[in-house]
Write a protein that binds this ligand. Structure first.
Ligand code: SF4
Length: 293
């Protein structure tokens, strides 16, 4: 007799439309590649999921770390991933004669456009987000004026109070992070414009995960450690309950005996097939009672 377990599966799990779009664009390009005599390149992983990237590599996608690795630029098509690329990199690729397949998510594109427009007015741009994240670096590269990344409780840019500052956001940051950082910035500068450009799909997922974490003994967050939105989901859950972030069903461990209610959510670059495999593995050991949040 299998022990009982209550399982709550997030409604918002699985690909967001930006990731669905990247996969579609790359898949179509790979189908046409032989006919067009082109090789499709990804500058880093176009999607933060190991299985998906390997599947695309099997179909012919070549992952590179620098466009200098492209031996025949005239026959290359370079995928620009959903969170965008730094402008100088795009310019370098175009100057080398490489064609671009722009899969930048429209929601990220609007942040980049806002950064460009604000800087064109002579304002300095601050992007609330992780300085080392490629999306943030890409957004800041669109500013023609001095710009900076910022997260709450970190050193503020050492600009004078009178500096006109326009604040934009990395798409995946949490509402709490946005509000905390904005409060610190608003206290430091007299002329502040702020643009909350967080992704609605991510926001809904985060809100749902936060609710689930309040009523379960354990949260499972399915998503890669290199996926910013998966890591943010795990952080939200971890603040409320024990949380395990995992990328594949093989990483699922035995639950401790006191675990009776488990929640499962997934980042926006996680295929639902992996979530289903994890649920299947849990079903092998428990009699599941499904609940909704
Ligand atoms: S998480 Fe949001 S911003 Fe990022 S790719 Fe998906 S839809 Fe676009």
């Amino acid at each position: 007799m299998k022990p009982p377990l209550t399982l709550i599966v997030a409604r918002q799990a699985g690909f967001c439309f930006g990731v669905t779009r990247v996969i579609k664009l790359i898949s179509e390009a790979l189908e046409r590649a032989a006919e067009d005599g082109q090789t499709i390149f990804g500058l880093g992983w176009p999607i933060h999921n190991t299985r998906l990237v390997h599947e695309l590599e099997e179909k012919g996608l070549k992952i590179i770390n620098d466009i200098g690795e492209i031996a025949n630029p005239q026959k290359a098509l370079l995928v620009i991933r959903a969170h965008g690329e730094q402008r100088p990199v795009l310019e370098r690729a175009l100057a080398a004669g490489i064609k671009l397949l722009d899969a930048t998510c429209p929601l990220v594109a609007r942040i980049r456009e806002r950064a460009a427009a604000e800087s064109a007015e002579g304002r300095r741009v601050i992007c609330i987000g992780s300085a080392g994240h490629p999306e943030v670096q890409g957004i800041l590269s669109c500013s023609s004026n001095i710009s900076s990344a910022f997260l709450a409780h970190q050193p503020l840019p050492s600009w004078g109070r009178e500096t006109p500052v326009s604040i934009v956001t990395q798409s995946t940051i949490t509402e709490a992070t946005f509000k905390a950082a904005l409060a610190e910035l608003a206290a430091c500068f007299d002329d502040v414009r702020s643009f909350d450009l967080r992704c609605n799909a991510v926001e809904k997922r985060q809100a749902e995960a936060g609710k689930m974490a309040e009523i379960v003994d354990l949260m499972l967050v399915v998503g890669s450690q290199v996926s910013a939105n998966s890591c943010h989901l795990a952080d939200i859950c971890r603040a409320k309950v024990a949380t395990i972030q995992l990328d594949e069903v093989g990483q699922l461990k035995e639950f401790k005996p006191h675990i009776r209610r488990v929640g499962i959510t997934a980042g926006s670059s996680t295929p639902l097939s992996i979530v289903r495999e994890i649920i299947g593995k849990i079903e092998e050991k428990y009699t599941i009672n499904y609940e909704e949040v």
